[in-house]
Design a binder for this molecule. Structure first.
Ligand code: ZN
Length: 416
C-alpha cells in the first residue's frame, strides 16, 4: 500500500495525475460476505477510493456504495464481484473523460473577459481575488478578514456580510473537502445573491438585516489548489505527518470524540483524523471562531457534496440532540422548499442514520459548543457525476439551496 502511495507522491510532483479508464462502480452489498469483501478492499488512494460512504468501515448491508477503481485493478475487481454474486453498476465509465471536460471548459474561458461568472468553477487565486473584489464592491455590507494561514502558507479569508456586524451569527464554511468543488461554488453564488439583492428582495433584506453572516468561501485552500494542479480526486489537507502519505481529513480533526468510530488513525486513509485535535490550521481557526463567538452563533453549516442530504447531529454516536425534533422539522421544510424549486429530492436526518458514523466532525462540535442549528449539507448530486458535477448544474444547485437557506435563516432569526 505504501509503495503505491509513494508512486502517487512522485507522480504528483511531476504532473497532473491522470485517471484514464478509472471507473466509479456502485456496489450493492446484500450479505455479510459482501460487506467483508468491501471492507477488505484496501483503502489506498491509488487503488481503491471510496466516494460514498467516505471509507470502507462505514459500509452497511443493503446500502449502495460508490467506489473508484483504477484501471489496473478493475478487471480483477469485476471478476471478484461476479464470484461474490454482488450486484454492481458502472456509474462513471471513464473518469478522465469527465475531468477533461471540466478542464477543457476552463481553457476555453481563459481568453474571455468580463464579469465574474458564478456558473463555473474557479481556482484558488480567482476565489481570493473575488473575495477582495466583493468586499470592495459592497463596502457597507461586506467585510473581508484574514481567517487563517494554511499548512502550505496560503491565506484563508472570511467574508462577513450583513447590515451590521453585531447581530446573531450564522457561520458557514465551504470547501473543507477539496474535491467537492460545488461547495465553494455555492458559497460564492450565495454571497453574491445576498449582496446584490439586498434592498431588492424582501427575504434577502430580512436575512441581511437580522443576522450577521460569517462565511469562509474556501476553507481547505491547500487541498483545493492540489485538486486543480495535481490530483482532481484529492480530499484531505496537505499537511505531512507521515513519510509516505500526506493530508488529514479536516472533518475528522475537531474536538468531538476525536479519533473515534468513523475516523481513521492511519495517515494513508482518506478519513485520517490527524496526529492531534485541531492539528490543521484551518480546523484550529474554525474552532477558535466558534469559541470566540460562543453563545452568539445561532446557525452553522458546513457545505459538502455529494448525496443531497441535510445532516444534523449527532454523527459520532447513535444519539439524538435535545432539539432533534426542531432540526428534523427545519430540514423537512428546507427539503420541501428545494423540491418546489427544482424538483430535486434532498433527504434528512441525524448523521448516524442519514449518513454513517463520523467522529471529529465540525457540525457535532459546533452543536456541542451551543450552536442550536448545526448542519452538514451534502449538495448535488446523488452519484451520477459525484464529485465531478458539471458546471451546468451549479446554477440549479444555487437556486434550490437558496430556498433552503431562507428556511434555515428564518428559523435562526425567530430562535433568537
Ligand atoms: Zn465532504
Amino acid at each position: 500500500m505504501k509503495f503505491f502511495a509513494l508512486i502517487v507522491l512522485i507522480a504528483g510532483v511531476v504532473a497532473n495525475k491522470r485517471f484514464d479508464k478509472h471507473q466509479v462502480l456502485t456496489l450493492y452489498p446484500t450479505t455479510p460476505e459482501h460487506l467483508s469483501f468491501i471492507q477488505d478492499l484496501e483503502n489506498d488512494n491509488n487503488i481503491v477510493d471510496f466516494w460514498s460512504p467516505d471509507d470502507a468501515t462505514s459500509v452497511k448491508i443493503n446500502e449502495k456504495v460508490d467506489v473508484r477503481f483504477s484501471s489496473a485493478v478493475l478487471g480483477n475487481i469485476k471478476m471478484k464481484l461476479q464470484e461474490q454474486k454482488m450486484d454492481y453498476e458502472v456509474k462513471i465509465a471513464n473518469l478522465q473523460q469527465l475531468i477533461d471536460e471540466q478542464l477543457d471548459l476552463k481553457q476555453m474561458r481563459a481568453s474571455k473577459n468580463g464579469s465574474y461568472d458564478y456558473n463555473v468553477y474557479h481556482t484558488y487565486d480567482e476565489i481570493q481575488q473575488w473575495i477582495a473584489d466583493t468586499a470592495n464592491q459592497y463596502p457597507n455590507l461586506a467585510r473581508k478578514s484574514f481567517f487563517a494561514t494554511s499548512t502550505e502558507g496560503r491565506n484563508v479569508d472570511m467574508l462577513t456580510i450583513g447590515k451590521s456586524t453585531d447581530k446573531p451569527i450564522f457561520l458557514i464554511d465551504c470547501g473543507v473537502h477539496a474535491r467537492e468543488w460545488i461547495s465553494p461554488a455555492f458559497c460564492q453564488c450565495f454571497i453574491n445573491r445576498m449582496l446584490s439583492q439586498y434592498g431588492v428582495d424582501p427575504q434577502v433584506t430580512r436575512m441581511m438585516d437580522e443576522m450577521t453572516w460569517m462565511i469562509i468561501p474556501l476553507l481547505n485552500v491547500d487541498g483545493y489548489e492540489y485538486t486543480w494542479a495535481n490530483d482532481r480526486m484529492w480530499r484531505k489537507t496537505r499537511s505531512k505527518y507521515d513519510t509516505f502519505c500526506t493530508g488529514v481529513d479536516a472533518n475528522r480533526n475537531f474536538d468531538i470524540n476525536w479519533s473515534g468510530e468513523g475516523a481513521s488513525t492511519e495517515p494513508c486513509s482518506n478519513t485520517y483524523c490527524g496526529p492531534s485535535v485541531e492539528s490543521e490550521p484551518v480546523v484550529k481557526a474554525l474552532s477558535d471562531i466558534i469559541r470566540k463567538y460562543k453563545g452568539n452563533i445561532q446557525g452553522y453549516i458546513a457545505f459538502h457534496s455529494y448525496s443531497q442530504v441535510f445532516v444534523y447531529p449527532y454523527s459520532y454516536a447513535y444519539e439524538d440532540t435535545e432539539n432533534a425534533a426542531q432540526l428534523n422539522d427545519v430540514s423537512s421544510r428546507a427539503a420541501s422548499a428545494i423540491q418546489q424549486t427544482t424538483s430535486k429530492i434532498y433527504t434528512f436526518g441525524p448523521g448516524y442514520e442519514s449518513m454513517y458514523l463520523v467522529s471529529g466532525g465540525s457540525k457535532d462540535w459546533a452543536y456541542q459548543m451551543g450552536v442550536p442549528l448545526s448542519y452538514t449539507i451534502e449538495l448535488r448530486d446523488t452519484g451520477k457525476y459525484g464529485f465531478l458535477l458539471p458546471e451546468s448544474q451549479i446554477d440549479g444547485t444555487c437556486q434550490e439551496m437558496f430556498q433552503a437557506m431562507i428556511v434555515l435563516a428564518e428559523e435562526a432569526i425567530t430562535n433568537t
